[in-house]
Design a protein around this ligand. Structure first.
Ligand code: NI
Length: 302
């Protein structure tokens, strides 16, 4: 019996787009969509992941021929250098948000590969480093991740222990005067995609909420002294991520979407993720898919 594997391929394309709804006033469009109402351009990064049995050639599919050719035909040819609003008919009724572009791509890629027994399992689309969309073929539902950052100081120590005991547990992080980090934060939410805006949530709303609840609250603080919750618990990356998750859970729900995951990077080398649904704690550990390269020829897509 064949092993089942997932493989991924990345492609990038540059495109412009405009978020503008004619039924809204000019002021409302600017207020809701910000700079996206001006028709900005982005270099999009697209990861596609396919899943299936490893064949006699040792591959799920050939990423360098089959998958690459389909991406050139279905993604690069129509989208690279294009104004997205004019590319596909569905963008006349629904804004070409990253969520809706991901769906439009799925609807074109999945049937092509299904005809060759290749199952598309995941599309990840990112217009820039601050936003990632994950779509897994679940009708009009997608995950949206925003990236932000804050700086804070902390000290890792348990009040019940001596300095020596704390130093044995936490190393240099137990030193009495504390130290600082530039924390990188990713917040992932999930929800239905609005049929008119093409969005899970309007970005300004989510960014304002995270700025207000987390960044304004934690930025440039000494966590142990300035944030009451960390008087009783040690502000490790794990505990900070859990604190952020618990603080955002209800307000994000009130915006009409579900909080899925918090990722907090304390340094370039140390990262922590917590999920709202603890059964997902082993899911998809990286915000970017890792590429696998196949070397054997396979059937071309067409
Ligand atoms: Ni530290």
């Amino acid at each position: 019996m064949s092993e089942i594997c997932t493989i991924s391929r990345r492609v990038t394309f540059a495109a412009s787009y405009r978020y503008w709804l004619p039924e809204l006033s000019e002021a409302e469009n600017w207020q809701r969509f910000g700079i996206a109402a001006r028709a900005p351009g982005s270099t999009f990064t697209l990861w596609v992941q396919v899943r299936g049995p490893v064949d006699d050639h040792g591959m799920v599919a050939n990423l360098s021929t089959t998958i690459k050719r389909t991406l050139q035909r279905e993604v690069l040819q129509p989208l690279h250098g294009a104004y997205l609003n004019d590319v596909w008919p569905e963008f006349a009724n629904t804004l070409p948000s990253s969520e809706f572009v991901a769906i439009a791509l799925w609807q074109r890629l999945a049937p092509c590969w299904a005809a060759q027994q290749i199952a598309l399992s995941h599309i990840q689309l990112s217009p820039d480093a601050s936003l990632v969309v994950d779509y897994r073929g679940q009708d009009m539902e997608a995950d949206l991740t925003i990236h932000t950052h804050f700086s804070a100081a902390h000290r890792l120590s348990l009040p019940s222990l001596t300095l020596q005991q704390n130093s044995e547990i936490y190393g240099k992080c137990a030193r009495p005067s504390g130290h600082g980090h530039n924390y990188k934060l990713w917040v992932t939410v999930r929800g239905p995609i609005h049929p008119r805006t093409g969005m899970v949530i309007e970005l300004n709303q989510l960014r304002e909420l995270v700025d207000q609840e987390i960044i304004d609250h934690l930025d440039h603080t000494f966590l142990n002294q300035d944030i009451p919750a960390f008087e009783a618990i040690v502000p490790t990356a794990e505990n900070i991520a859990i604190y952020i998750r618990d603080r955002l859970l209800q307000p994000i729900q009130e915006l009409g979407v579900q909080l899925v995951k918090i990722r907090l990077d304390e340094t370039d080398n140390n990262s922590c993720e917590v999920y709202v649904d603890s059964s997902m704690n082993c899911a998809d550990p990286s915000p970017s898919m890792s590429a696998a390269i196949a070397t054997q020829p396979a059937q071309p897509c067409r």
